[in-house]
Design a protein around this ligand. Structure first.
Ligand code: IPE
Ligand code: IPE
Ligand code: MG
Length: 244
């Protein structure tokens, strides 16, 4: 009898820095006849599972888009609901994240949040700042254009001369200063756009889009994305075989 062939081993490429646009909570809820807030809650649960999966897979930096500068334009009730979720997550999950060695960071502007929420976020960052198992950047009130404006303001304030402005200096003033650019950016729920996410840092990131709504993006989906990433040929504008 011929020997049964074992299924081909899938090659997952583990990015040093993975970024995710966690999109589709609203549609996930609507497809179940639930209010949008239920979708956001389900999305938060999925973030918890994803952090765990990333840790298991050896991903060291995870950056998630959770609230954009444009999301303030949603109905008041939804914005309030999202702010409440952020507060609840910090209250409920912080000690476990800390115990698991997660370093929490924030990218975006904190000052438009309530002072109570700002304090909560700052407290979480302070508590976990020495952790190194996984760095989790939460993009909250984040916009890529706003980030670049912020960087330029800092540079102008420091009185830098025009000829001293270069890419490295701009990078030092981004919220992600000191972190490598994301290798892979995943967007759930099928939209083919950046929506103002990491527009500087993502210049050479690989993109992966799946129709799956964020609350349903499970570990198998993540592994599928990493397998697909493993098949990409990253050229960074160069030619692979200069002798051809
Ligand atoms: C992503 O899901 C979460 C946030 C933008 C806060 P959405 O709320 O955008 O869900 P859809 O895109 O309406 O389905
Ligand atoms: C991007 O999703 C922002 C987050 C996932 C937090 P949106 O749902 O806000 O983006 P658009 O409106 O579809 O471009
Ligand atoms: Mg959306």
């Amino acid at each position: 009898m011929p020997k049964k062939r074992s299924p081909e081993k899938r090659e997952l490429r583990i990015p040093a820095h993975l970024a995710i646009i966690m999109d589709g909570n609203g549609r996930w809820a609507r497809s179940r006849g639930l209010p949008r807030q239920a979708g956001h809650r389900a999305g938060t649960e999925n973030l918890r599972r994803t952090i765990k999966a990333c840790g298991d897979l050896g991903i060291k930096i995870l950056t998630v888009y959770a609230f954009s500068t444009e999301n303030w334009g949603r109905p008041d009730r939804e914005v309030k609901g999202l702010m409440n979720i952020l507060a609840d997550v910090i209250d409920r999950e912080l000690s476990e994240l800390h115990a698991n060695g997660v370093r929490l960071r924030h990218i975006g502007e904190l000052k438009q949040l309530s002072s109570k929420l700002q304090d909560k976020v700052r407290g979480a960052i302070e508590l976990t700042k020495e952790n190194r198992a996984l760095t989790l950047n939460v993009a909250w009130n984040y916009g890529g254009r706003q980030e670049i404006v912020h960087a330029i303001r800092e540079i102008v304030k420091a009185g830098v001369k025009p000829e001293e402005v270069d890419e490295a200096l701009i990078e030092q003033h981004l919220y992600t200063a000191g972190l490598p650019d994301p290798d892979l950016i995943i967007r759930t729920s099928g939209e083919l756009r950046f929506s103002n996410y990491l527009i500087w840092q993502g210049a050479y990131s690989e993109y992966y889009v799946t129709p799956t709504y964020w609350p349903d993006f499970d570990r198998a989906e993540l592994e599928k994305a990493l397998e697909n990433f493993g098949q990409r040929e990253r050229r960074f504008g160069l030619v692979l075989n200069p002798s051809d």
